[in-house]
Ligand binder design. Sequence first.
Ligand code: BTX
Length: 323
Amino acid sequence: SDTRRKLLELFSEANGNFISGQKISEMLGCSRTAVWKHIEELRKEGFELEAVRRLGYRIVKTPDKVTANEIQLGLKTKTFGRHIHFEEEVTSTQQIALKLAYEGAKEGTLVIAEQQTAGRGRMDRKWFSPKGTGIWMSLILRPPIPPQKAPQLTLLTAVAIAQAIQEVTNIVPDIKWPNDILINGKKCVGILTELQADPDRIHSVIIGMGINVNQTIEQFPEEIRAIATSLSIEKGERIQRAKLIQEILLRLERLYEQYLQYGFRPIKLLWEGYATSIGKEIVARTLTGTMKGIALGITDEGVLMLEDEDKQIHYIHSADIQL
Ligand code: BTX
């Protein structure tokens, strides 16, 4: 509710210090009894609050939740994440975002869930999305660009997430073309871009982001334990998911504005800064076959350039890369 949001803002400004019950009731324009009821509600949501006579209330600990309240408290964006559709459990946030986009949802609308029962990767692969430990979210965009440029948004998103991870954890991750973010060679983030378009016009782009945040190694299923990691495994401490989401949205919004104004070039430069596979030998598996060679870089369009042993250059639009 509105009162709840104001209350959370007050606590956020107080920065862990006490606010008197009197002040809260004045600022919210409600009775002391109503204040007390709101405080009880926050406690039920998992906030830890200390109450001391004559001093008032202060927040000791916020829950690590990814509800709209948690994300919007302290969010600095203009439009990204200003509309949030949160659910505890969904099949896939992509599916819900697609439906909302179809119904006319605004650009920047975010769909997020604590758990996905049918999270998916590219080519109908599964994306493991257990409850309460990761970030499983989809952002609706309506970019005024030709449909064939949409894959650039995947690269843009990878840069935004890499920057946000660096800001929050001090870890510098690697981007693996086109859609993975790795830390110490293991997959921590997956990005899935889905397009709804006519041949010449985009209706919407749904950017799906899956980020392993607080899982322990044991919490990964056997089949991906050797290839997957989480931020907390790499950092050695728990990470506040809402904080990371705010950083991702802020950076996404900035890069997206830059992209619409100046094109892909500036994004490309940032992307190359995180891409460690450039200049190294890679194997690219495409629908038509497997190719081995040196990754030369990406074109101004975001297409991967691979040089084979005969020095011939191949332009790869979509593939799985093995380092
Ligand atoms: P991808 O096809 O590149 O990667 C899928 C592969 O990654 C799987 O086959 C498996 O080997 C591995 N994998 C599965 N789950 C995990 C995990 N949690 N951590 C690391 N590796 C894993 C990547 O596709 C794109 C993933 C996008 C996920 C987001 S979550 C929000 C949105 N909703 C949805 O259903 N998908 C997107």
